[in-house]
Design a protein around this ligand. Structure first.
Ligand SMILES: CC(C)(COP(=O)(O)OP(=O)(O)OC[C@H]1O[C@@H](n2cnc3c(N)ncnc32)[C@H](O)[C@@H]1OP(=O)(O)O)[C@@H](O)C(=O)NCCC(=O)NCCS
Length: 155
């Protein structure tokens, strides 16, 4: 049976499942093609637990965790409503093409509506046609904006 659940980061099975999904994403060409660093894996769960805005969804196939959506709640000052960002979305390669990515996105959107969010946002590579097709089918679209994504690296 396939289902989407909220992750409980105190649950060791959920912890390992989430790390495995993020590692698979990192290894994917769309995630950079390199495994997650071991020290990042070690810090990840405690780091997320310290982020009050973090919420995570897991795709289960039977008892196996085979997909994940890592999200952070933000806030739109102009709309004066929360806005949920999907930071990572991944389904294990062995379980792709079975509708789990779509189910994850639907659960994220349901949660965002419950929280009175004005929108769900995400970033997607310009060459990630698979994800773009999925996102379009779920109502996402390219933001027509002159804004660029900038960063100041600190480590
Ligand atoms: C993107 C990803 C999450 C999709 O997960 P998935 O479970 O395979 O997707 P689904 O089975 O729910 O597919 C839903 C829809 O997406 C599109 N899609 C899925 N796989 C596709 C493919 N290989 N080519 C084109 N469209 C595809 C289709 O529109 C599909 O609907 P359909 O089956 O009715 O045709 C998965 O491919 C993945 O984890 N990729 C690596 C990580 C990644 O790129 N994440 C997104 C970062 S922005």
């Amino acid at each position: 049976m396939k289902q989407i659940i909220r992750a409980d980061l105190q649950n060791a099975i959920h912890q390992q499942g989430l790390i495995a999904c993020l590692d698979a994403y990192a290894r994917d060409p769309m995630g950079g093609g390199e495994p997650l660093a071991e020290d990042a894996k070690l810090r990840l769960i405690n780091g997320l637990l310290r982020q009050p805005a973090n919420v995570n969804f897991l795709a289960q196939h039977g008892t196996d965790i085979v997909g994940a959506a890592v999200c952070f709640m933000g806030y739109s000052t102009f709309r004066a409503r929360p806005r949920l960002n999907i930071h990572d979305l991944c389904v294990l390669p062995t379980h792709r093409g079975q509708g789990l990515g779509r189910l994850l996105l639907q659960s994220v959107a349901d949660y965002a509506r419950e929280q009175d969010c004005c929108a769900v946002s995400l970033e997607v590579r310009t060459d990630n046609r698979t994800a773009q097709t999925l996102y379009r089918s779920q109502g996402f679209g390219h933001l027509d904006s002159p804004m660029e994504f900038w960063v100041k690296p600190l480590c």
